[in-house]
Design a protein around this ligand. Structure first.
Ligand code: KG4
Ligand code: ZN
Length: 369
């Protein structure tokens, strides 16, 4: 047989896992070899379909996943040139997220699993974000447990001590809005289009971060919870101080810069506290990982790099495409679970809420006292 023959290729990548992501407004499919190499992946962002509504419309998102998942999967398999024989399992996000999209993605995965006679692995989306930085080649020298994760996206804002596979301790979380949500609401107040985070960062570059005094909620407080609603209200009041109509560009830029500086200060302070809490429990641990769409923000990355260094830690920020929602992280979580002996679970029902510290995240059930 020649090298490149499909059967030889199948053997070389044996243990490949197909990942499916459909928990929000990205339809994503990825195929990873058993060693974590990305064979092919694709992310279809639905931003265009939701922009006119100023946010994700669950029904629209679910229908779009339904339309796109099958052709995207066909394309990924064809591009990778991998047959179902080489695939060890199908992993699909099964929560938390918008239930319509979760049902579409999980049931699509279950269909493939049944047709191919492979295990179906229901994946917790937050676990997938949490494990991404362990992808081979991503962190120099690899990333061992335990490490501290700061997950900051449109829907999530929490510090998690990642102590092992399936062992997650939530150290702090937002009491109201998620960080990305706060950026999106602030951007809307400034007249920017949704999703507002990237647009607000661009506008902030033109402004003075000290121009408008905005509060830093919970700064210096014990623990590592967050709160953003007071900051958002303060920004709304500052905007209301201008005459009605579109804000002058310079004023909008100053407001954007001041808002971004306040969020950055809060994240830096909360991270400083979270690292102290984490290191009390794990004195030798020295890795801080940031994930989620807000990790794209350069001011925030810079501030966290400084805070990590002050604690003698390194900051690991996966490339942006792996920070935002994608299916590579879902397939990788599947590989980690397969390696740890996880079995398939065709009966698993998708869940809109599924905290990382839920009892069923543990690989072996903890005995009831
Ligand atoms: O992780 P993600 O792609 O989707 C989920 O929410 O799960 O995160 C999207 C969020 C949005 O709220 C977006 O405004 C925010 O991340 N975001 C940013 C930046 N890029 C994306 N926030 C601040 N600065 C950015 N550069
Ligand atoms: Zn996400």
């Amino acid at each position: 047989m020649q090298i490149g023959h499909p059967e030889i290729k199948d053997r070389l990548v044996a243990g490949a896992v197909l990942g499916i992501e459909s928990s929000c407004d990205e339809t994503a499919v990825a195929l990873l070899a058993g060693d974590g190499r990305i064979l092919d992946e694709t992310v279809l962002s639905q931003t265009g379909a939701h922009a006119a509504f100023g946010g994700v419309v669950p029904e629209v998102a679910a229908r779009a996943h339904l339309t796109h998942l099958a052709p995207l999967t066909e394309a990924v398999l064809a591009k990778a040139g991998i047959g179902s024989a080489a695939i060890a399992a199908i992993a699909a996000t099964s929560g938390p997220g918008l239930i319509g999209g979760l049902i579409v993605g999980a049931n699509f995965g279950k269909g493939l699993a049944l047709a191919w006679g492979k295990p179906f692995l229901p994946i917790n989306h937050l676990e997938a974000h949490a494990l991404t930085a362990r992808l081979p080649g991503l962190a120099e020298g690899g990333l061992a447990f335990p490490y501290l994760l700061l997950l900051v996206s449109g829907g999530h804002c929490q510090f998690v001590a990642v102590e092992g596979l399936g062992r997650y301790r939530v150290l702090g979380r937002t009491l109201d809005d998620a960080t990305g949500e706060a950026f999106d609401k602030a951007a809307k107040l400034l007249g920017l289009a949704w999703p507002g985070g990237p647009a607000l960062e661009r506008l902030a570059a033109e402004g003075d971060p000290r121009a408008i005094a905005l509060p830093r909620p919970l700064l210096g407080r014990a623990g590592c919870d967050f709160s953003f609603s007071g900051l958002k209200t303060a920004l709304a009041q500052a905007v209301a101080g201008f005459p009605p109509g579109p804000l002058p560009r310079a004023a909008a830029a100053d407001l954007a810069a001041s808002f971004q500086a306040a969020v950055t200060d809060v994240l830096a302070d909360r991270t400083y506290h979270a690292l102290a809490l984490f290191r009390d429990r794990h004195p030798g641990a020295a890795n801080l990982v940031i994930a989620g769409g807000v990790a794209a923000n350069q001011a925030i990355r810079a501030a966290l790099t400084t805070i990590a260094a002050r604690h003698g830690c390194r900051l690991i920020a996966p490339p942006l495409r792996l920070c935002t929602d994608n299916a590579v992280m879902v397939a990788w979580a599947g590989i980690e679970r397969l390696r740890a002996g996880a079995l398939g679970d065709l009966a698993h029902a998708p869940r809109p809420r599924w905290p990382l510290d839920a009892p069923d995240m543990a690989l072996t059930p903890t005995p009831v006292a």
